[in-house]
Write a protein that binds this ligand. Structure first.
Ligand code: XMP
Length: 504
């Protein structure tokens, strides 16, 4: 049985699905216009969303809703929509009920089992249910007397607040109660079983086939490759392209871990000259990205052809699938050339996406179970075009070397001081500006290096990390003392938006 989450556009929809999985139940997010087979749906959750039920284009219940006869939990907009559809009354509420709110539970309800009578919840919608549909009773109120929970105790449970966010103190308990006590579901989701089943499935699907993958050393492609390798062994060829835009020791590390330690069939293509000569003198960031993307496909295509591959592994994960379904595209969003966009059509390759149903945290756990080192599995994101987008302006070997050295000092220092795991992403950027300084008694005229450390939610938005001054001081001193040609270090304090995380 699966738990279905109907997406009404809330920023927390994915979070509901993740929390449900963490509680041990298999969950899937569906869009309103998606076809759904309700036969194995054990619970339905309607997410929140930004709309108001009285707007002309307000999203409604899906066409298959009447075929589903199980229990339904409506959260926020989901509550308002259900109340509205069942002939209750929804009105604009007061903005005072935004954010953290104290509520009082007034009625026994299985959804509130083991939850104290007074508790804090997270509210994010200004519409409220004023009159409940017939047969419903209010079970909890806010301090101002607003209905925040209600039920008909048969089929529908309604929550005005978000049980999935951490600010709702007993939110997990409420979701757990809904799934186990109200829907009678038993936990059925664990990642060891997922691996066993997936490997069996891949063995059947890929028997005697030649499979190719682009291995970048990033989390998703690494876990996808190791999983497919479990199923088909050396019939999977992983191609690691060294485009000369990698971080210090990165190529050696990837080969050491995946070839020597984990025994994958990995070939390293040394394409450094090829990429750098194409990039020579190119200033425009988009042009740089395009050149790298196209060149990457060319290199990879050659390899795939000479290997005679029929299948291509991609590290698509569930967030990509949900995002692309939301934006109306049928295939998963191609984030970078490392997903080898364009190749499947050009070469008639069938795509294998073993992680399509997993969230990032789950991919990490699967990676750890498969024996991939923690360092790799918890690695920060790294853009496909690599250091080319961190050398602002034209790229050349000398600048790349300077950046590699400085970046490695930054990362080492953050690891040493315990900050590497606290920030979402940290890196150095070499600027095309030089500034005046003094070294010894001489005038110096060297590059400016920017340090970028951000806290982020999935890279969509970001804020600069509040790294302590002492740590910044250590980073700056070490770089200035040991990286020749860097004469000034600055810290980037821009949030996204309006800035992006990368500089190019
Ligand atoms: P921006 O700079 O757009 O970056 O705020 C958001 C996140 O995406 C990463 N990034 C990329 N990842 N291929 C990738 O796989 C790319 O071309 C690419 N460009 C940016 C960036 O490092 C950040 O984590």
């Amino acid at each position: 049985m699966r738990v279905l989450i109907l997406d009404y556009g809330s920023q927390y929809t994915q979070l509901i699905a993740r929390v449900v999985r963490e509680l041990g139940y298999y969950s899937q997010v569906v869009q309103l216009d998606e076809d759904v087979d309700v036969s194995d749906v054990g619970a339905l959750i309607l997410s929140g969303g930004p709309a108001s039920v009285y707007e002309p284009d307000a999203p409604k219940l899906p066409v298959w809703f009447d075929k589903y006869h199980g229990k339904v939990l409506g959260i926020c907009y989901g509550m308002q929509l259900l109340a509205h559809e069942l002939n209750g009354r929804v009105e604009r509420g007061e903005l005072a009920e935004y954010g953290r709110t104290e509520i009082r539970i007034e009625e026994e309800d299985p959804i509130f089992e083991s939850v104290p009578r007074e508790t804090t919840v997270w509210m994010s919608h200004s519409d409220v249910v004023k009159v409940l549909p017939e047969g419903f009773r209010a079970t909890a109120y806010s301090k101002n007397g607003m209905i925040v929970a209600a039920s008909d105790f048969q089929r529908f449970w309604l929550l005005q607040f978000h049980p999935e966010v951490r600010h709702t103190q007993f939110g997990r308990q409420m979701l757990q109660n809904f799934l186990s006590k109200i829907c009678g579901l038993r936990p059925n989701w664990n990642l060891e079983d997922f691996i066993t089943q997936k490997v069996e499935e891949l063995k059947r699907e890929l028997k005697d086939k030649k499979v190719i993958a682009a291995l970048s050393g990033g989390v998703d492609s690494s876990v996808a490759c190791v999983l497919v390798h479990r199923a088909v062994g050396s019939n999977l060829r992983c191609v690691f392209v060294d485009h000369g835009l990698l971080r210090k020791n990165e190529a050696e590390e990837v080969m050491r871990i995946f070839k020597n330690m984990l025994g994958l069939n990995v070939v390293k293509i040394d394409a450094r000259e090829r990429f750098l000569s194409k990039l020579k003198g190119v200033d425009d960031p988009e042009k740089k990205r395009k050149i790298i993307g196209e060149e990457f496909i060319r290199v990879f295509e050659q390899e795939a052809k000479s290997y005679g591959a029929t299948h291509l592994v991609q590290g698509t994960i569930y967030s990509d699938v949900i995002e692309s379904a939301r934006s109306g595209k049928k295939t998963a969003a191609i984030k970078s050339h490392h997903n080898v966009g364009g190749l499947p059509e050009r070469m008639d390759l069938e795509i294998v996406e073993p992680l399509r149903n997993l969230f990032k945290d789950e991919v990490r756990i699967v990676g750890e179970i498969l024996g991939i080192p923690r360092d790799v599995v918890h690695r920060q994101p790294f853009p496909g075009p690599g250091l080319a987008v961190r050398v602002v302006g034209p790229v050349d070997e000398e600048k790349l070397d300077i950046l590699r050295e400085a970046d490695s000092i930054l990362i080492e220092t953050l690891k040493e001081t315990g900050w590497y795991e606290k920030v979402w992403q940290a890196f150095a950027v070499l600027l095309p500006i030089r500034s005046v300084g003094v070294r010894g008694d001489r005038r110096a005229y060297d590059y400016v290096l920017a340090i970028r450390c951000v806290d982020s939610v999935e890279g969509m938005t970001a804020d600069w990390s509040r790294i302590p001054h002492d740590v910044l001081d250590l980073i700056s001193r070490r770089i200035l003392n040991s990286v020749k040609r860097v004469g000034r270090v600055v810290y980037d304090i821009s949030s996204k938006p309006p800035a992006t995380i990368e500089w190019e």
